[in-house]
Write a protein that binds this ligand. Structure first.
Ligand SMILES: [Zn+2]
Length: 272
């Protein structure tokens, strides 16, 4: 089966992870810009990070037959530093025409602070001005519901933003309705120890339906990994869902969402 990991931080992963993904049927990945595991000291660090995302990872991925695309932004965690954030935001427009850039992301909130909200609004404006798709990070901390709600309000109050071109990621049982009732796509991030497990992920797919949901591993610097996506696929199949149903969720949903950007090359395998 062909699958897509729509949210994975390949810069933090080993080449063995690419080999694993290739063996597991992953044909494409999308990598949002995020925290590096430490706070960066200058905009120059972000410039080099963007070069890593756009020029280095696609080559690493290609060796395993995997298409690699990216999203650019300053992440919510480092957005607390408004001055640095604005310097980073200035770096982005000239890179938006790069053939591997799908849009602005992952932007959002971490602790729902005033500074984070300011920079979030400025990056939503950036996306609107340059007609970019948006990938959203919602808080992993206690205030996930509040943060998701603030994010949805800001997006839906901006008439330039088309909800079907926005994916609200890291949804859980208590936030997925917020994302979908406004017409946004929802992302489910599957982790081994914290947050949504493969079993809970499949429960959510069965409870809320599989339309406009993208399941991902978000593999990063913490305890996580690309196998969380395949474990969720296995759990989905184990419960009796067909290979076609699995293809719709684990390949065609992300292919349809990303396909709204003309640079994306992988077509859905089944008719809607
Ligand atoms: Zn992420």
């Amino acid at each position: 089966m062909h699958i897509i990991d729509p949210h994975i931080h390949c810069v933090s992963r080993t080449t063995d992870d690419y080999l694993y993904m290739s063996r597991a049927g992953v044909v494409a990945v999308s990598e949002p810009a995020f925290w590096a595991g430490f706070d960066r000291s200058s905009a120059g660090s972000f410039y080099d990070y963007f070069r890593h995302l756009l020029d280095v990872e696609p080559k690493r991925a290609a060796r395993y037959g995997i298409e690699h695309f990216s999203w650019l932004c300053i992440n919510a965690k480092e957005a607390e530093n408004v001055e640095l954030s604005r310097e980073v935001i200035k770096l982005i427009p000239p890179l938006l025409d790069h053939p591997r850039v799908l849009g602005i992301g992952e932007i959002g909130l971490n602790k729902n602070t005033r500074n984070e909200i300011t920079i979030f609004e400025e990056q939503v404006d950036l996306a609107a001005r340059f007609d970019q798709m948006i990938l959203i990070h919602t808080p992993h901390l206690l205030d996930k519901h509040k943060g998701t709600s603030i994010i949805c309000d800001i997006l839906k109050n901006d008439s330039r933003i088309k909800p079907e071109r926005v994916l609200i990621d890291h949804c859980e049982e208590h936030t997925i309705r917020l994302a979908r009732e406004h017409g946004f796509w929802a992302g489910l991030t599957i982790y081994p120890v914290t947050k949504v497990t493969p079993q809970r992920g499949v429960d959510i797919l069965e409870t809320f339906g599989t339309d406009m949901i993208c399941v991902n591993s978000a593999s990063d610097w913490g305890e996580s990994g690309p196998h969380m996506l395949t474990d969720t696929l296995i759990e989905f199949r184990r419960r009796g869902h067909s290979e076609d149903e699995a293809t719709r969720v684990f390949h065609d949903n992300p292919a349809r969402f990303f396909g709204q950007c003309p640079k994306w090359t992988i077509k859905p395998r089944l008719k809607p």
